[in-house]
Design a binder for this molecule. Structure first.
Ligand code: CAA
Length: 372
């Protein structure tokens, strides 16, 4: 660690810069400000940063409306947030920088070059990347030892999980600091010691969303059957298509493309997902995805459940868990915990697999592979 510098003690942290005011960026800024930190949120234009700020106002109002925070707390939270359009303005006085810009390695590299110029010596840089290699990202910045993954789930204000991911160059101190910070903002960190594509939750969840799309695309089942099986059978809080809309179909496809590049063709996104992107209907954040949020009332009927679909999707998750365990990315209990906290699934998918029977799931997987 040639460039190792003493990082901030957690007690001394007051200022957090969030780079990116999009769906995740503004949600992260909100969570951090609610926890009492001063936040500077940055995006590339006034318009984008303003849109993110309005997203925070909307969310805080919802929380007040539902009695989850007081009006006073909402106002104090907003008072702690400022917005800027320059990286220098965002980070030159920051203790922590959280990067939540689009998932393009070239863009991230460009931003990191700028971050490097203005980053205080004591500060750490935490990336909210949903799947890109933390090691590779850290090599684009001059302080790889002070760089770590801090992956939030959508919507950040509601989802309790944060995956804390160590890259090859992350110092132990930075990793510990990021874990403590996750706790400090009221979240449950799960440590991911091995930098592996999709980390834990996206490695399991996005193949599930993809398989759901393939089932419809290949006319093996209807959307209503999948929604019902996922919600009432697998115990996720939403149907698979509803969840794709929530995550952002563009985000899910991006993760799948990355998994395909790093792990193999079987992760390639289903054309049904790609079509949605071509139409511009990428989900809830634009008002339309598989559902039209200006008019549809999502009504998932329990009677539409299909046991075949449930077992198929449970097998899909079990298969990814087996690969994660085999590569020593995480232990089974941590995987189940991460899935419960990151997706709201009632029962950990490994426990679910045990309940269904590994032999039965194995048989289903053999049939899928035989037919492809
Ligand atoms: N802020 C405030 N309120 C919000 C909100 C936000 N950001 N997002 C939604 N809400 C509101 C809704 O508008 C709704 O309000 P109305 O009833 O007035 O319409 C309300 O919250 C819903 O509240 P409920 O009490 O009915 O539901 P809930 O709060 O218990 O659960 C949920 C909502 C947390 C979104 C839940 O459905 C859930 O957990 N869904 C799964 C989400 C998930 O899996 N996320 C992870 C995806 S993977 C990922 O993000 C990683 C990645 O890198 C791709």
């Amino acid at each position: 660690m040639g460039n190792y510098k003493q990082i901030m003690e957690m007690e001394g942290v007051t200022k957090v810069a969030v780079l990116g005011a999009g769906n995740m960026g503004h949600g992260i800024a909100e969570v951090v400000a609610i926890a009492g930190f001063t936040v500077v949120m940055r995006d590339i234009t006034e318009e984008l940063v303003q849109k993110g700020y309005e997203g925070i106002v909307w969310s805080l109002n919802k929380l007040v409306e539902k009695g989850q925070i007081s009006e006073k707390k909402s106002k104090e939270t907003l008072d702690r947030i400022t917005t800027v359009v320059t990286i220098e303005g965002a980070i030159s006085d920051a203790d922590i920088v959280i990067e939540a810009i689009p998932e393009r390695m070239d863009l991230k590299r460009e931003v990191y070059k700028e971050v490097e110029k203005y980053l205080p010596d004591r500060a750490v840089v935490l990336s909210n990347t949903s799947s890109l290699s933390i090691t590779e990202l850290s090599e684009a910045i001059g302080c790889p030892d002070r760089f770590c993954g801090l992956h939030f789930f959508n919507p950040p204000i509601k989802m309790p999980l944060i995956e804390v991911i160590s890259g090859d160059h992350t110092s132990e101190e930075t990793f510990e600091f990021a874990t403590q910070f996750a706790k400090k903002i009221g979240k449950f960190p799960v440590n991911v010691y091995k930098d592996s594509p999709g980390f834990i939750v996206n490695r399991i969840l996005t193949p599930l969303l993809n398989e759901a799309a393939w089932i419809v695309y290949e006319k093996r089942g209807k959307i209503q059957e999948i929604e019902s099986s996922v919600k009432y059978g697998l115990g996720l809080p939403m149907g698979a298509f509803e969840l794709s809309d929530q995550v952002g179909i563009d985000v899910a496809v991006h993760v799948l493309e990355y998994l395909r590049e790093k792990l193999g063709e079987e992760y390639g996104p289903c054309p049904l997902l790609v079509e949605k992107i071509e139409e511009g209907n990428v989900g809830r954040k634009v008002g339309k995805g598989f559902y039209d949020y200006s008019k549809d009332v999502i009504d998932i009927q329990v009677e539409m459940r299909s046991e075949t679909i449930e077992i198929l999707l449970a097998a899909c998750m079990a298969n990814e868990i087996a690969k994660l365990v085999e590569k020593e990315v995480a232990e089974v209990k941590d995987i189940d915990q991460a899935m419960k906290l990151g997706t709201g699934i009632e029962k950990g998918p490994a426990k679910m697999a045990d309940g269904i029977g590994i032999g039965k799931l194995y048989q289903v997987l053999l049939e899928i592979y035989d037919s492809t």
